[in-house]
Design a binder for this molecule. Structure first.
Ligand code: PHE
Length: 445
């Protein structure tokens, strides 16, 4: 084991850092609106199948590659398949992380603005406010969202500067339990509203006629995004995990916590949406346009609004640090530079790309890449291309190149852990055949 590398200090530290990466805007912002657009319960069921059948083995794969190689996403393939072209897969991971960060930090910045608004009780003050104009005026302005995006990026970089144990792990240990408590409080408030039951039946009574190929792609893309798969974060965090840790157990707990958080977030949002007679398929604006409208009418809405946007912000930070860490570890180890330099370089790169994404909501909205604004381009390319293709290549690598013996060796800690043979065999089957075929088929259609 490479002892000069920073590592996580405890199992709890590993779990909160992984869950911190997984729980983020994906759970609070993306999951509820995708569920709203794709028919509620039916979407949730498909999502659950993808998470636990397909994505869990992919998470094992990434974890195995990281821990076995004890190095960054790019270096991992050089260590595990020397002299081959596989390290290109690692570059995919670095690119995916950069492209997610570009728009993620912008939305992170929006959550700061909304937290500030909540702290000033802007949503609950008397008088009629048009939340749609409030949102569109804000995101399209050339200064404020850019400044907030920089603040968000500074927070992210500052934590990464502290390193793995003293930065990432320490932050996640405090934040993750807090996040769960906050989202549960909001859910209780929402579930006890008069008329909440319509939202609950929307979430838990499936209507399978709503399912089509678009639903499948949306559910798969969301599973990848929410579990932080296909872009090297699990690999990078995995490389900081000790050889005694149980990879399967950690992955199951992470996937379970992430899914639980998404469902609780749904329970925090959907019952309120229905109770106030708003359409659940409001799209990406759900969190920033619909919710403030609800907070305005909700008893204790002012406090709930503060809690909600604080949760959104902190959840986003624990995720963005895991993305930044992929790029930082890559620069640090492949170019033999100091952590500080690596963090600064990544910071400036994202600063430029993020500014372009932010401005593309307003002054730069006419500049199009393949017909999309900068913001939509980075969102589209990362969720629909780089992450699924990255995931596909990773399972192909593990299933066909690393091979069964090495996979089982790593999953059982060289035989020290008793894992039933049938479970290992099924896992291998999914990694070798089922996952690559399903991802490829869904992407093609
Ligand atoms: N999983 C995070 C979320 O749900 C986003 C993310 C994607 C983080 C990929 C790291 C890697 O918001």
């Amino acid at each position: 084991m490479n002892t000069s590398r920073d590592n996580f200090g405890s199992r709890f530290g590993v779990l909160v850092a992984l869950t911190g990466s997984a729980v983020g805007l994906g759970n609070l912002w993306r999951f509820p609106y995708l569920m709203g657009e794709n028919g509620g319960a039916a979407f949730i069921i498909i999502y659950l199948i993808f998470v636990f059948v397909l994505c869990l083995p992919i998470m094992y794969s990434e974890f195995v590659l990281g821990r076995r190689s004890q190095t960054n996403v790019f270096g991992a393939f050089k260590v595990l398949a020397p002299g081959s072209k596989w390290s290109i897969v690692g570059l995919f991971g670095v690119l995916a992380s950069i492209s997610i960060l570009a728009f993620y930090c912008v939305v992170g910045g929006w959550s700061i603005e909304y937290l500030v608004k909540a702290l000033c009780f802007d949503f609950t003050r008397q008088g009629t406010v048009n939340y749609e104009t409030m949102f569109s005026d804000f995101v399209s302005s050339p200064v404020k969202p850019v400044v907030y995006h920089v603040i968000f990026l500074v927070m992210t970089a500052a934590i990464c500067l502290g390193g793995v144990k003293k930065g990432i792990e320490k932050f996640a240990k405090i934040m993750m339990p807090l996040l769960f408590v906050m989202v549960i409080i909001i859910a209780i408030r929402s579930l006890t509203l008069e008329g909440a039951s319509a939202g609950i039946s929307y979430m838990f009574k499936p209507d399978f006629s709503k399912i089509n190929s678009g639903t499948l792609l949306a559910a798969l893309g969301q599973a990848f995004f929410s579990l932080s798969l296909g872009c090297g974060t699990i690999m990078t965090y995995g490389s900081y995990v000790s050889k005694d840790e149980n990879i399967m157990k950690c992955s199951v707990i992470t996937s379970f916590s992430d899914t639980l958080f998404a469902i609780i977030a749904g329970c925090a949002i959907m019952p309120a949406v229905f109770a106030f007679g708003i359409s659940p398929s409001e799209g990406p604006g759900l969190v920033f346009i619909t919710l403030p409208r609800i907070f305005a009418q909700l008893p204790l809405g002012g406090i709930i609004a503060i809690l909600f946007f604080l949760t959104l912000l902190l959840a986003a930070v624990t995720s963005s640090i895991s993305l930044l860490e992929v790029v930082v570890t890559y620069l640090l180890e492949e170019f033999k530079i100091k952590r500080k330099t690596a963090v600064f370089l990544t910071f400036f790169l994202i600063l430029i790309l993020g500014t372009l994404c932010s401005l593309s909501q307003g002054v730069l909205s006419d500049i199009k890449l393949f017909g999309m604004t900068f913001f939509d381009f980075f969102d589209y390319v990362s969720s629909n291309i780089l992450m699924p293709v990255g995931g596909l290549l990773i399972v192909l690598f593990v299933g066909w190149r690393l091979g069964k013996a090495n996979l089982f060796d790593e999953l059982t800690n060289s035989g020290k852990l008793k894992v039933p043979q049938w479970l290992l065999e099924i896992t291998f089957f999914i990694i070798r055949f089922l996952a690559p075929v399903t991802i490829a088929v869904i992407m093609i259609f």
